[in-house]
Design a binder for this molecule. Structure first.
Ligand SMILES: NC(=O)c1ccc[n+]([C@@H]2O[C@H](COP(=O)([O-])OP(=O)(O)OC[C@H]3O[C@@H](n4cnc5c(N)ncnc54)[C@H](OP(=O)(O)O)[C@@H]3O)[C@@H](O)[C@H]2O)c1
Length: 218
């Protein structure tokens, strides 16, 4: 049985991904800040992870390592969009908080799993078109956009480092009806999860940014 780690699997896109991979026969290790979720399955376990806290990242990675399972796939899905990002200006405190979770947190967590040689097949960083230098021509959501652009650079750097071993991709999931958007969006979390599952199954060329199975401009 293959194993996948999905951060932020308690709700939204992460939960839909977890349910999709469970249906496809995977063992799923999900994370949430509390370490709990409102659904269960015999092949699902939850581990607490607060991405902005170094100790939480260390404990979560150590807990996963202690399971002594090879992780086939890691999806760095958990992320925040700070409500004050509506202000369209860069408030350094908001930027710091956004970077702590979306960039430093996801990078450190990934590096800790890699340091123990745990990830064998693919790493997916759930990014956003807001992090695309081509898409972003407005001042909307600057802190979030900067964080996702940085996450995209992590994808490129990691893809080069792990070339021939692990496929590393960034994905824009679409405009998805989740809590982050207060339920607004064009597609359901399940539709986004199906697209991401299909991309993973295709074992695409490493080091690219994807949206609906097509390469998206950085
Ligand atoms: N929705 C969209 O339209 C959209 C578009 C582009 C990109 N994205 C990206 O897709 C990903 C998932 O978004 P979503 O819409 O599903 O969001 P969501 O509904 O707000 O869910 C976020 C998930 O991340 C976890 N989380 C939140 N803050 C965290 C933190 N500081 N540390 C660790 N985990 C944390 C939450 O778990 P708990 O609260 O239970 O801890 C939850 O499981 C994010 O990276 C987001 O930026 C979303």
């Amino acid at each position: 049985m293959k194993t996948i780690v999905i951060t932020g699997a308690s709700r939204g896109i992460g939960r839909a991904l977890a349910e999709k991979f469970l249906n496809e026969g995977f063992f799923v290790i999900g994370t949430s800040r509390s370490g709990e979720a409102e659904y269960s399955h015999e092949n699902l376990m939850f581990v607490p992870l607060e991405l902005s806290q170094v100790e939480s990242r260390k404990t979560c990675a150590a807990t996963i390592q202690a399971l002594d399972k090879k992780i086939n796939i890691l999806i760095n899905n958990a992320g925040i969009w700070h409500p004050e990002d509506e202000a369209q200006t860069i408030d350094v405190a908001v930027l710091q908080e956004t970077l702590d979770s979306n960039v430093i947190g996801s990078i450190d967590f990934t590096e800790q799993l890699l340091a123990h040689n745990l990830i064998s097949e693919q790493i997916i960083n759930i990014s956003s078109r807001r992090g695309s230098l081509s898409f972003t021509t407005t001042c909307l959501y600057p802190n979030y956009g900067i964080s996702k652009a940085a996450l995209n650079m992590f994808t490129r750097i990691l893809a080069a480092r792990l070339a021939g071993k692990v496929i590393v991709s960034s994905v824009h999931p679409g405009y998805v009806k989740t809590d982050m958007n207060e339920g607004e969006g064009d597609i359901t979390p399940q539709e986004a999860a199906n697209d991401i599952f299909a991309l993973i199954a295709k074992r695409v060329e490493s080091g690219n940014f994807w949206y609906k199975g097509e390469i998206y401009p950085w």
